[in-house]
Design a protein. Sequence first.
Length: 458
Amino acid sequence: MPIPFVEPFRIKMVEPIRMTTREERLGILSRATLNLFKVKADDIFIDLLTDSGTNAMSDQQWSAMMQGDESYAGARSYYRLKDAIEDIMGFPLFIPTHQGRAAEGTLFSVMVKPGDVVPSNRHFDTTMGNLLELKARPVDLVVPEAADTSLDAPFKGNMDLKKLEEFIQQTGQENIPLGMLTITNNTAAGQPVSMENIRGTAEIYRKYGIPFFIDACRFAENAFFIQQREPGYAGKSIKEICREIFALVDGCTMSAKKDAIVNIGGFIGLRDPGLFEQLSGKLILHEGFITYGGLAGRDLEAIAQGLYEATDAEYLKYRILHTQYLGDVLEQAGMPIYRPTGGHAVYINAGAVLPHISPSRFPGVALANSFYIEGGVRTVEIGSLSFEHVDPVTNENVVPDLELVRLAIPRRVYTRSHLDYVGEIAGEVFAQRDRIRGLQVVEAPALLRHFLAKLAEV
């Protein structure tokens, strides 16, 4: 395979990783009740569970942390992050939180009540969980192309605008406290959303007086796809594209653990002073004072620096090519992957790999466990275990369209040789796919069950 890219950084620090034997891994997974979330990190060789908070920070970020102001109120680090958010995203107001799900929970606690409905292209698990906790209904309205894993289309993460408008008319805007859009669309295999679609979504929400919030976890990666794929944007900088995106919305929730390339942190970006005041009261009760929001000053500094690094074009080019490379090696190993590859992860079509396992027996989890058993590689299921739920309004059982396994790549952590190793393990797993067995839930909480579920082979 020709080398398509070179990492735009040098490595200053290394962390040893330990390879276990296959026999050891069988015992480890058994003691973890067949749930990879319960496996100790020391027992993982290559960890692709998530790109959230698992990133390698730069020397500039570590340097910025040394300048952290740990004052309880009014710390200069808060104002440094405030300036960065306003410069890159254009929001004059923001509220720091300890991570993205806290941003969602704080926002929803003020804006959403039981029986409300919140549409999006697709909600991710914690967004969905925060709404279900409030007895509200998350509704996914992604374009039909998202269900086709082999279709090579540029913006398969888009909102279906026709469905959105019909849905609002049928539901009534009075029952929709806010509308959302996730960029990139994590549940839809990390697929990007076009500027045209963001603008169209904004126009529909505005037409019906519905506040529009973006789940901005991977906003920079989405901006890069717009620059590379959408007509009229090749000559615009990433920062210009970001400003154009966020000028269309009323606010955002952000897990800084993704595109701000840090290990902890999040925020809510806002324009409305009244909403800012309401959210501030909730924040103080649950997260901390409004100028630290559950974070240390050093964390605020690292996020501010990371936001600028995330919008660097050379970094983003490497990031996207790095992900494409993993897709290529998995495909060469026989794995049917979701095409085109997204920004932060490669998704394997577990349903196609394991057609003998029904969705009710969790083929995604079974395939993910096989990656660990064969090579110490941790991945995560994006399918029925994670996303099946009961609609709190209709009481209908909602099941996902696809059974996927996500291999999420931490930023600036793994080299090409690590990805080659993952490809080799994928080949071994694929060769013995007919022997992989389905699973059943022995015990699990009602909400976000995949994190704590105890499983057994069928």
